[in-house]
Design a binder for this molecule. Structure first.
Ligand code: ATP
Length: 232
Protein backbone atom coordinates (compact mmCIF):
# COMPACT_ATOMS: atom_id res chain seq x y z
CA UNK A 1 0.00 0.00 0.00
CA UNK A 2 2.77 2.44 1.01
CA UNK A 3 6.42 1.98 0.23
CA UNK A 4 9.36 4.23 1.12
CA UNK A 5 12.63 3.23 -0.52
CA UNK A 6 15.92 4.92 0.36
CA UNK A 7 14.10 8.08 1.36
CA UNK A 8 16.26 11.11 2.08
CA UNK A 9 14.74 14.45 3.03
CA UNK A 10 15.20 17.41 5.32
CA UNK A 11 15.07 21.15 5.68
CA UNK A 12 17.14 23.95 4.15
CA UNK A 13 19.62 21.56 2.60
CA UNK A 14 20.16 19.72 5.88
CA UNK A 15 19.44 16.01 5.56
CA UNK A 16 17.24 14.71 8.41
CA UNK A 17 16.07 11.35 7.02
CA UNK A 18 18.84 9.05 5.80
CA UNK A 19 17.86 6.27 3.40
CA UNK A 20 14.65 5.31 5.17
CA UNK A 21 12.96 2.11 3.98
CA UNK A 22 9.47 1.44 5.27
CA UNK A 23 6.31 -0.32 4.09
CA UNK A 24 2.69 -0.45 5.15
CA UNK A 25 0.65 -3.40 3.89
CA UNK A 26 -3.15 -3.34 3.55
CA UNK A 27 -4.87 -3.86 6.89
CA UNK A 28 -1.84 -3.12 9.06
CA UNK A 29 -1.19 -0.75 11.92
CA UNK A 30 2.45 0.27 11.57
CA UNK A 31 4.09 2.44 14.23
CA UNK A 32 7.14 4.68 14.04
CA UNK A 33 8.64 5.18 17.48
CA UNK A 34 11.70 7.13 18.55
CA UNK A 35 12.91 9.99 20.69
CA UNK A 36 12.18 13.67 20.26
CA UNK A 37 13.70 14.95 17.06
CA UNK A 38 14.37 11.50 15.60
CA UNK A 39 12.52 12.47 12.42
CA UNK A 40 9.13 10.84 12.97
CA UNK A 41 7.04 13.85 11.93
CA UNK A 42 9.45 14.56 9.11
CA UNK A 43 8.78 11.05 7.78
CA UNK A 44 5.02 11.67 7.64
CA UNK A 45 5.49 15.13 6.16
CA UNK A 46 7.81 13.70 3.53
CA UNK A 47 5.23 11.05 2.61
CA UNK A 48 2.60 13.70 1.89
CA UNK A 49 5.10 15.94 0.09
CA UNK A 50 5.18 18.76 2.65
CA UNK A 51 8.89 18.14 3.05
CA UNK A 52 10.80 17.77 -0.18
CA UNK A 53 12.18 14.39 -1.11
CA UNK A 54 15.95 14.66 -1.73
CA UNK A 55 16.43 11.04 -2.74
CA UNK A 56 14.70 7.69 -2.94
CA UNK A 57 11.00 7.20 -3.60
CA UNK A 58 7.60 7.15 -1.96
CA UNK A 59 4.82 5.16 -3.63
CA UNK A 60 1.21 4.76 -2.58
CA UNK A 61 -0.72 1.94 -4.27
CA UNK A 62 2.24 1.57 -6.63
CA UNK A 63 2.01 5.19 -7.84
CA UNK A 64 4.56 7.86 -6.93
CA UNK A 65 3.42 10.33 -4.31
CA UNK A 66 5.95 13.02 -5.16
CA UNK A 67 4.42 16.35 -6.08
CA UNK A 68 0.95 15.33 -4.95
CA UNK A 69 -1.12 17.98 -3.25
CA UNK A 70 -2.87 17.00 -0.06
CA UNK A 71 -6.36 17.14 -1.62
CA UNK A 72 -5.19 14.94 -4.50
CA UNK A 73 -3.67 12.47 -2.07
CA UNK A 74 -6.91 12.50 -0.07
CA UNK A 75 -8.82 11.63 -3.23
CA UNK A 76 -6.43 8.72 -3.77
CA UNK A 77 -7.15 7.57 -0.22
CA UNK A 78 -4.16 8.89 1.72
CA UNK A 79 -4.92 11.18 4.64
CA UNK A 80 -2.65 12.80 7.24
CA UNK A 81 -3.92 13.91 10.65
CA UNK A 82 -1.16 16.33 11.70
CA UNK A 83 -0.10 16.78 15.32
CA UNK A 84 -1.61 20.28 15.40
CA UNK A 85 -4.91 18.80 14.13
CA UNK A 86 -5.74 21.60 11.67
CA UNK A 87 -9.45 21.74 12.42
CA UNK A 88 -11.80 24.48 11.31
CA UNK A 89 -12.01 26.09 14.74
CA UNK A 90 -14.93 28.39 14.05
CA UNK A 91 -17.04 25.55 12.59
CA UNK A 92 -19.06 23.07 14.60
CA UNK A 93 -18.26 19.40 15.03
CA UNK A 94 -20.89 18.53 12.43
CA UNK A 95 -19.57 21.09 9.95
CA UNK A 96 -16.02 19.80 10.38
CA UNK A 97 -17.26 16.28 9.63
CA UNK A 98 -19.10 17.49 6.53
CA UNK A 99 -15.89 19.16 5.31
CA UNK A 100 -14.10 15.86 5.83
CA UNK A 101 -16.61 14.03 3.65
CA UNK A 102 -15.78 16.36 0.77
CA UNK A 103 -12.17 15.18 0.69
CA UNK A 104 -13.09 12.21 -1.42
CA UNK A 105 -15.99 13.15 -3.61
CA UNK A 106 -17.91 10.42 -5.31
CA UNK A 107 -16.89 7.75 -2.83
CA UNK A 108 -19.10 6.36 -0.16
CA UNK A 109 -17.50 7.23 3.11
CA UNK A 110 -17.90 5.30 6.31
CA UNK A 111 -21.28 5.74 7.83
CA UNK A 112 -21.17 8.79 10.03
CA UNK A 113 -22.92 6.72 12.70
CA UNK A 114 -20.04 4.27 12.84
CA UNK A 115 -17.55 7.14 13.20
CA UNK A 116 -19.60 8.75 15.95
CA UNK A 117 -19.83 5.37 17.69
CA UNK A 118 -16.02 5.37 17.85
CA UNK A 119 -16.06 8.73 19.62
CA UNK A 120 -19.46 9.09 21.34
CA UNK A 121 -18.49 12.42 22.88
CA UNK A 122 -18.58 13.93 19.38
CA UNK A 123 -22.21 12.89 19.03
CA UNK A 124 -23.03 14.79 22.21
CA UNK A 125 -21.09 17.82 20.97
CA UNK A 126 -22.30 17.98 17.38
CA UNK A 127 -23.26 21.65 17.53
CA UNK A 128 -20.23 22.81 19.52
CA UNK A 129 -17.52 24.93 17.86
CA UNK A 130 -14.33 22.94 17.40
CA UNK A 131 -12.13 25.64 18.95
CA UNK A 132 -14.06 25.47 22.23
CA UNK A 133 -13.41 21.76 22.74
CA UNK A 134 -10.66 20.18 24.85
CA UNK A 135 -7.45 18.93 23.24
CA UNK A 136 -8.60 15.34 23.48
CA UNK A 137 -11.94 16.06 21.88
CA UNK A 138 -10.23 18.00 19.10
CA UNK A 139 -7.92 15.04 18.47
CA UNK A 140 -10.92 12.71 18.17
CA UNK A 141 -12.63 15.17 15.84
CA UNK A 142 -9.52 15.42 13.65
CA UNK A 143 -9.44 11.64 13.26
CA UNK A 144 -13.21 11.47 12.72
CA UNK A 145 -13.01 14.16 10.07
CA UNK A 146 -10.29 12.27 8.22
CA UNK A 147 -12.39 9.07 8.37
CA UNK A 148 -15.30 10.92 6.76
CA UNK A 149 -13.12 11.09 3.65
CA UNK A 150 -12.95 7.29 3.54
CA UNK A 151 -9.16 6.88 3.53
CA UNK A 152 -7.40 3.64 2.68
CA UNK A 153 -4.35 4.75 4.67
CA UNK A 154 -4.44 7.09 7.63
CA UNK A 155 -1.25 8.80 8.83
CA UNK A 156 -1.48 9.85 12.49
CA UNK A 157 1.14 12.20 13.96
CA UNK A 158 1.40 11.77 17.76
CA UNK A 159 -2.34 11.49 18.41
CA UNK A 160 -1.71 11.11 22.17
CA UNK A 161 -0.07 14.53 22.54
CA UNK A 162 -1.69 16.43 25.38
CA UNK A 163 -4.17 13.65 26.16
CA UNK A 164 -4.84 12.07 29.55
CA UNK A 165 -3.95 8.35 29.83
CA UNK A 166 -7.64 7.47 29.65
CA UNK A 167 -8.28 9.51 26.51
CA UNK A 168 -5.08 8.17 24.99
CA UNK A 169 -6.54 4.67 25.27
CA UNK A 170 -9.84 5.84 23.78
CA UNK A 171 -7.91 7.06 20.76
CA UNK A 172 -5.67 3.96 20.56
CA UNK A 173 -8.68 1.62 20.84
CA UNK A 174 -10.28 3.57 18.00
CA UNK A 175 -7.12 3.06 15.92
CA UNK A 176 -7.52 -0.70 16.32
CA UNK A 177 -11.22 -0.49 15.37
CA UNK A 178 -10.29 1.59 12.31
CA UNK A 179 -7.76 -1.07 11.23
CA UNK A 180 -10.37 -3.79 11.81
CA UNK A 181 -12.63 -1.88 9.45
CA UNK A 182 -9.99 -2.24 6.71
CA UNK A 183 -8.10 1.07 6.90
CA UNK A 184 -4.31 0.83 7.16
CA UNK A 185 -2.74 3.10 9.76
CA UNK A 186 0.78 4.54 10.03
CA UNK A 187 1.09 6.05 13.49
CA UNK A 188 3.95 8.11 14.91
CA UNK A 189 4.30 8.04 18.68
CA UNK A 190 6.71 8.90 21.47
CA UNK A 191 4.54 6.74 23.70
CA UNK A 192 6.42 3.60 22.64
CA UNK A 193 5.21 1.08 25.19
CA UNK A 194 1.54 1.75 24.51
CA UNK A 195 1.76 1.88 20.74
CA UNK A 196 3.86 -1.29 20.51
CA UNK A 197 1.14 -3.14 22.41
CA UNK A 198 -1.33 -2.82 19.52
CA UNK A 199 0.79 -2.10 16.42
CA UNK A 200 1.14 -5.01 13.99
CA UNK A 201 4.64 -3.85 13.04
CA UNK A 202 6.90 -1.01 14.06
CA UNK A 203 10.06 0.85 13.12
CA UNK A 204 12.44 2.49 15.56
CA UNK A 205 13.87 5.72 14.20
CA UNK A 206 17.07 7.23 15.60
CA UNK A 207 18.62 10.41 14.21
CA UNK A 208 16.76 9.96 10.94
CA UNK A 209 17.66 6.30 10.36
CA UNK A 210 15.67 3.13 10.91
CA UNK A 211 17.67 1.19 13.49
CA UNK A 212 15.21 -1.62 14.27
CA UNK A 213 12.03 -3.05 12.81
CA UNK A 214 9.77 -5.93 13.69
CA UNK A 215 6.39 -6.91 15.03
CA UNK A 216 5.03 -4.69 17.79
CA UNK A 217 5.31 -7.56 20.26
CA UNK A 218 8.90 -8.43 19.31
CA UNK A 219 10.05 -4.83 19.60
CA UNK A 220 8.30 -4.43 22.96
CA UNK A 221 10.37 -7.43 24.16
CA UNK A 222 13.62 -6.23 22.59
CA UNK A 223 16.22 -5.35 25.21
CA UNK A 224 17.55 -2.42 23.18
CA UNK A 225 14.07 -0.94 22.81
CA UNK A 226 13.36 -1.47 26.48
CA UNK A 227 16.60 0.24 27.48
CA UNK A 228 16.12 3.20 25.19
CA UNK A 229 12.36 3.79 25.21
CA UNK A 230 10.57 1.71 27.77
CA UNK A 231 12.42 2.68 30.90
CA UNK A 232 14.66 -0.32 31.13
P1 ATP B 1 9.03 15.36 17.83
O1 ATP B 1 8.38 14.33 18.64
O2 ATP B 1 9.81 16.35 18.63
O3 ATP B 1 8.14 16.00 16.80
P2 ATP B 1 10.17 13.91 15.66
O4 ATP B 1 10.80 12.59 15.76
O5 ATP B 1 8.82 13.98 15.05
O6 ATP B 1 10.16 14.58 17.07
P3 ATP B 1 10.91 15.82 13.68
O7 ATP B 1 9.87 16.81 14.10
O8 ATP B 1 10.70 15.06 12.45
O9 ATP B 1 11.18 14.81 14.87
O10 ATP B 1 12.31 16.58 13.62
C1 ATP B 1 13.50 15.98 13.16
C2 ATP B 1 14.58 17.03 13.05
O11 ATP B 1 14.21 17.99 12.05
C3 ATP B 1 14.83 17.81 14.32
O12 ATP B 1 16.21 18.01 14.45
C4 ATP B 1 14.13 19.14 14.07
O13 ATP B 1 14.77 20.17 14.75
C5 ATP B 1 14.26 19.30 12.58
N1 ATP B 1 13.13 20.06 12.01
C6 ATP B 1 11.81 19.74 12.14
N2 ATP B 1 11.05 20.64 11.48
C7 ATP B 1 11.89 21.55 10.94
C8 ATP B 1 11.70 22.74 10.14
N3 ATP B 1 10.50 23.14 9.75
N4 ATP B 1 12.82 23.41 9.77
C9 ATP B 1 14.07 22.99 10.14
N5 ATP B 1 14.30 21.89 10.88
C10 ATP B 1 13.24 21.18 11.28
Amino acid sequence: MLELTGVRSGYHGLEILHEVNLTVQPGEIVAIVGANGAGKSTTLRTIVGEVKLQGGSVTFKDQPVVGGRSHELARRGLMLVPEHRALFGSLTVDENLTMGARARKGRWGFEKDWILDLFPILRERRTQLAETMSGGQQQMLAIARALMGSPDLLLLDEPSTGLSPKLTWTVFDAVTAIRDRGVSVLIVEQNASQVLSFADRAYVLESGSVVLEGSGADLADDARVQAAYLGG
